[in-house]
Design a protein around this ligand. Structure first.
Ligand code: GN1
Ligand code: MG
Length: 386
């Protein structure tokens, strides 16, 4: 029965899904994924040539110019689709690699706006794929690294200025620090947040890292790290795995693609991939950064990155993981202090709990600097010997 597959809470969105359903009838509509920003739905169709697509309401409080988000997505996916025809996967290989496509409306638009200003778009679903919130094995981790490396490789000949900066300040850690300081001074002047032990821990943790946290931006200014095209949000659950072969097949969630440092991406991939408990765990004190998974992610990444990866790129790898974990903790904590205005939350202390997880991960990276430096040195040596 159709009704069973379209829960009544999402029924109001059915007419919107219809705008993008070119062939076949809609047989299902449900909320999809764990995104913290946009509202995402999976729409299923009774059409064998396209069994489903992803429908999203773009959060316009975060993405002020959704038209640019869409034009970036079209530029990027067209470039990659073109390049994939020039570099097909070896015949007989079990590996496939696909990029999502923008699904146009029946009126040939890349989005649909409702009368109330909501901005909707649809993207193809990678058939036969699945994603994971946490990684468990080095084999999976290597695939995640491969996927990010493949994405960077496919974009390395598209000029960074071909994409618009849709989120100014995104991953510029010192700007998040300034924002935190502003919010903190407002909260302190209102006297509205009592300092629990956990809050005090966050305040001290940030305070101790204020000078260091500009490390990637400093490297950018000194031209040690160049601007390149980045994904912006390559956390592990944005990597799709082929359900049959277990190999990475795609990287999705392209809203944040823009010019930046590939170290933002490497850091995000490492901080999400090497945390076995995941970013939503309640047990923040047990969170650790797993060097074995880090090694596997980098190994997979470097199989694809040899064309563009430099000595400086290696040098800033540990800082990348440490900064992006710290930065996300800072963003969550700032949002908690500000009253949960940016990230979706399920309970009032949710962003505080998330911040504690990311700070614990940062601390675990710091405690293992020597181990991480040794494993990166080994990977670099393998590359030189090749
Ligand atoms: C947000 O919406 P989602 O879940 O794809 C955020 C990322 C964070 C991530 C943490 C535009 O991504 O930067 O790393 O949450 N996206 C934006 O889960 O702020
Ligand atoms: Mg995202």
């Amino acid at each position: 029965m159709i009704e069973d597959l379209i829960p009544s809470v999402v029924e109001p969105f059915l007419p919107i899904a219809e705008q993008f359903a070119h062939q076949g009838a809609i047989t299902g509509l449900k909320r999809f994924g764990n995104g913290n920003i946009n509202d995402t739905f999976l729409v299923t169709l009774d059409d064998p040539s396209q069994t489903c697509f992803v429908l999203q309401r773009i959060n316009t409080r975060v993405f002020h110019n959704p038209r640019h988000v869409m034009s970036n997505m079209v530029t990027l996916t067209e470039h990659i689709h073109q390049k994939l025809t020039q570099e097909p996967v070896a015949p007989g290989s079990v590996r496939r690699w696909e990029m999502p496509r923008v699904v146009m409306t029946k009126a040939h638009q890349d989005h649909w706006s409702s009368g109330n200003g909501d901005y909707w778009r649809a993207i193809s679903y990678i058939e036969g794929s699945e994603s994971f919130d946490t990684l468990q094995t080095p084999t999976q981790a290597e695939e995640v690294g491969y996927a990010l490396g493949r994405f960077h490789h496919l974009l390395c000949d598209l000029a960074p200025d071909r994409l618009v900066d849709t989120l100014p300040g995104f991953h510029i850690t010192p700007q998040y620090l300034s924002q935190y300081q502003r919010v903190l001074s407002q909260v302190e002047s209102l006297g509205s947040k009592p300092h629990s032990l956990e809050i005090q821990h966050c305040l001290d943790f940030i305070g101790d890292r204020q000078t260091w946290c500009a490390v990637l931006e400093n490297a950018k200014q000194k031209r040690k790290l160049p601007l390149r095209l980045t994904h912006g949000d390559p956390k592990v659950n944005n990597i799709m795995f082929d359900r049959t072969s277990g190999k990475a097949v795609s990287i999705v969630d392209l809203d944040t693609a823009k010019p930046g440092l590939i170290h933002y991406d490497l850091g995000d991939c490492l901080r999400s991939g090497c945390n076995l408990l995941g970013e939503e765990t309640d047990n923040w004190q047990a969170v650790t950064f797993e060097p074995e998974l880090c090694q596997a992610i980098l190994k997979g990444y470097l199989t694809q990155a040899s064309q563009f990866f430099t000595e400086h790129d290696y040098f800033y790898l540990i800082d990348a993981a440490r900064v992006i974990a710290f930065e996300l903790g800072l963003r969550f904590f700032t949002d908690y202090l500000a009253g949960n205005v940016y990230f979706k939350t399920k309970y009032p202390e949710h962003n505080l709990a998330r911040a504690l997880v990311q700070f614990q991960l940062t601390a675990s990276i710091e405690a293992q600097t020597q181990t991480l430096a040794a494993l990166i040195g080994d990977l670099q040596k393998v590359k030189k010997d090749d």
